[in-house]
Write a protein that binds this ligand. Structure first.
Ligand code: NAI
Length: 331
């Protein structure tokens, strides 16, 4: 039995922990936030909730599809039968497709909570430093607390945060320095009267906002209010990292009004509550150089969507690939 430290309790980190524990190892997971799930995030507000991180996920890999099917059977995930619309320079119109999309139920991280039961997670613990002691690792948090010893460490935080912890001499340093993640502003607006907007979800091209959805229309959401969630385009978000809430709200309402103007004559009700969240590391850029996920000399692993792409599926596939590497290393 080996003792492993995992930094980050998103899908990649928790998948690693589940697999290693099931293989007989001991794992401790360290997470800077209050809860688990990473960008699979749902904010509970006063009588309403909203998914402010990942909006849904899709499946392309058959092995991942098998897992998603079991999550559906457990009730942790459900298909979201979405009929998207598109807004571009040619105007607003339905944009139907055949893609099957899924959401966590009742919240985006439900599957992680489900399969993660019993995993030892230290929340609100920001790992600050890794220390190699002989052939073991020790971890330090930003309050000066020490954890360990561990036989191996696995970094699954977003790229920049994993890079900051990466020990010098790691083979992964150059690929990580050549990759990047982009920010996304999220805006949620809850209305206590119907907005009258027809589409439940909208892909926007060439706008300030690139995605808008009636979050309250997702399966498994109850609550009285009509909730809209918008994601601002990466470039706009990067150019407005310090955007004030009222600028975001103004932009969001302008988009919703555009939808109304095309569909109905009435104006929007005033949102009852508004909430914003800045994801500094939301979306990975293209993976320019392959990221070596397992360093057998340092006993250090890397996983996360950003090692492969920017989908939830990539986070899971990345964790599974790393587990296979570690198994080959005879842990
Ligand atoms: P997907 O395959 O449904 O969509 C990928 C992209 O294709 C969409 O973002 C959209 O631009 C376009 N698209 C898909 N269906 C369309 C349609 N019917 N009409 C017009 N355009 C369409 O989803 P995938 O790749 O599994 O990604 C999941 C979602 O998460 C996507 O919306 C993706 O953009 C989003 N995402 C958002 C991030 C953020 O920080 N804002 C980070 C990573 C993913």
């Amino acid at each position: 039995m080996a003792v492993f430290a995992i930094v980050g309790a998103g899908l990649a980190g928790m998948t690693l922990a589940r697999e290693f524990i099931d293989a007989g190892h001991h794992c401790q997971v360290f997470e800077k936030s209050r809860g688990i799930g990473g960008r699979l995030a749902t904010r509970r507000c006063d009588g309403w909730q909203v998914d402010h991180g990942a909006q849904y996920f899709t499946v392309r890999n058959p092995h991942f599809q098998q897992i998603v099917d079991t999550w559906c059977q457990q009730g942790w995930v459900a298909p979201w039968p979405l009929e998207p619309w598109i807004l571009d320079r040619d105007g607003l119109r339905p944009s139907p497709d055949e893609r099957k999309r899924y959401v966590g139920t009742p919240s985006m991280n439900a599957m992680i909570k489900g399969f993660g039961q019993g995993i030892e997670v230290y929340t609100q613990t920001r790992v600050d430093r890794l220390e190699r002691v002989g052939d073991q690792w020790r971890l330090w948090d930003d309050a000066g607390e020490q954890y360990g010893q561990f036989d191996a460490v696995f970094l699954t935080a977003p790229l920049a945060q994993s890079l900051a912890l990466l020990p010098s001499g790691s083979r992964a340093e150059v690929p990580l320095r050549n990759a990047s993640m982009k920010p996304t502003w999220a805006l949620a607006m809850a209305f206590d009267q119907p907005t009258g907007v027809e589409p439940d979800a909208l892909f926007v091209r060439e706008g300030v906002v690139d995605w808008a959805a009636r979050d309250s229309a997702k399966p498994g959401r109850d609550g009285e209010l009509e909730v809209w969630l918008m994601h601002f385009a990466s470039q706009w978000s990067a150019n407005h990292l310090d955007a004030a809430d009222n600028l975001l709200q103004q932009q969001g309402l302008t988009l919703l009004r555009t939808l109304l103007r095309n569909i109905a004559t009435s104006d929007l009700p005033t949102p009852k509550q508004v909430f914003t969240h800045r994801w500094l590391y939301a979306r990975s850029g293209p993976v320019e150089m392959p990221v070596p996920q397992w360093d057998g000399r340092l006993k250090l692993g890397l996983a996360g969507d950003w090692t492969l792409g920017d989908r939830l599926e990539d986070a899971w596939l990345s964790a599974k690939a790393l587990v296979a590497d570690v198994r080959t290393a005879n842990f």
